[in-house]
Ligand binder design. Structure first.
Ligand code: DX5
Ligand code: ZN
Length: 226
């Protein structure tokens, strides 16, 4: 299988929850991953969906699931998402006291392991853990809600991570999440991100698949420096 140079992952947080399967099919063929935001009203002050919805949705599409857990006690819950067939399971550094152990458990359960860094968390303490991970998700907003304004100053963390990943020849996706749209994705790509979550910019568009293709084009151009 060829490795796609860039990943675009529509977030179903911005989709119509009464028509989830249809909304997912609207981006099939255009999206690389489907980003699934799980929130527990403890780690963040918002409540979304959990394992039963992920299990049902898994049967409705071939798209790989990129599960973003914004929950406390991820050690207890995260492996269940791997068992449910998620391709990548990302948990928050702020919610976990042994991220490397959980990454191992996720990989043993057959998923890729992702580490998420929220707005107010510095990246430096986590750089040395990255060989244990497949994905590093750097929030470009404060985690919790879709539709927020992109915070460009958080791209300094993306650049620092990119330098570290390239210097160490690590195989790791650097993913950005929050406020990614046509007017922000190029900056994120230029800073070194190679996976892009977009909720409002995809599901707020008249044609979600076309929105994904447009975002990919912008990111590809910015990443290649032309
Ligand atoms: C928010 C979620 C995001 C959210 C992004 O905490 O992690 O994935 O869906 O939404 P937009 O793209 O609208 O900022
Ligand atoms: Zn997310």
């Amino acid at each position: 299988m060829t490795v796609p140079p860039l990943i675009v992952a529509p977030s179903i947080l911005a989709a119509d929850f009464a028509r989830l399967a249809e909304e997912v099919r609207a981006v099939e063929g255009a999206a690389d991953w489907l980003h699934v935001d799980v929130m527990d009203n403890h780690f963040v002050p918002n409540l979304t969906i959990g394992l039963p919805v992920v299990q049902s949705l898994r049967a409705a599409t071939e798209l790989p699931f990129d599960v973003h857990l914004m929950i406390t006690d991820p050690h207890r819950w995260a492996p269940g998402y791997a068992d449910a067939g998620a391709y990548n399971v990302t948990f928050h550094a702020e919610a976990c006291d042994n991220p490397v152990a959980l990454a191992k458990d996720l990989r043993a359960a057959g998923a890729k392991a992702g580490l998420a860094i929220d707005r107010d968390t510095p990246i430096e303490p986590y750089l040395e853990l990255l060989p244990s991970f497949d994905t590093l998700l750097i929030m470009t907003i404060k985690a919790g809600f879709g539709g927020q304004r992109f915070l460009p100053e958080l791209l300094d963390k993306v650049s620092a991570a990119r330098r570290h990943v390239d210097a160490g020849h690590l195989e790791l996706r650097i993913e950005v999440d929050g406020g990614i749209a046509a007017d922000t994705i190029e900056q994120a790509a230029a800073a070194g991100a190679d996976a892009f979550v977009a909720g409002t910019a995809v599901y707020g568009a008249d044609d979600p698949a076309e929105a994904v293709r447009r975002l990919r084009g912008l990111a590809e151009r910015a990443a290649s420096g032309v």
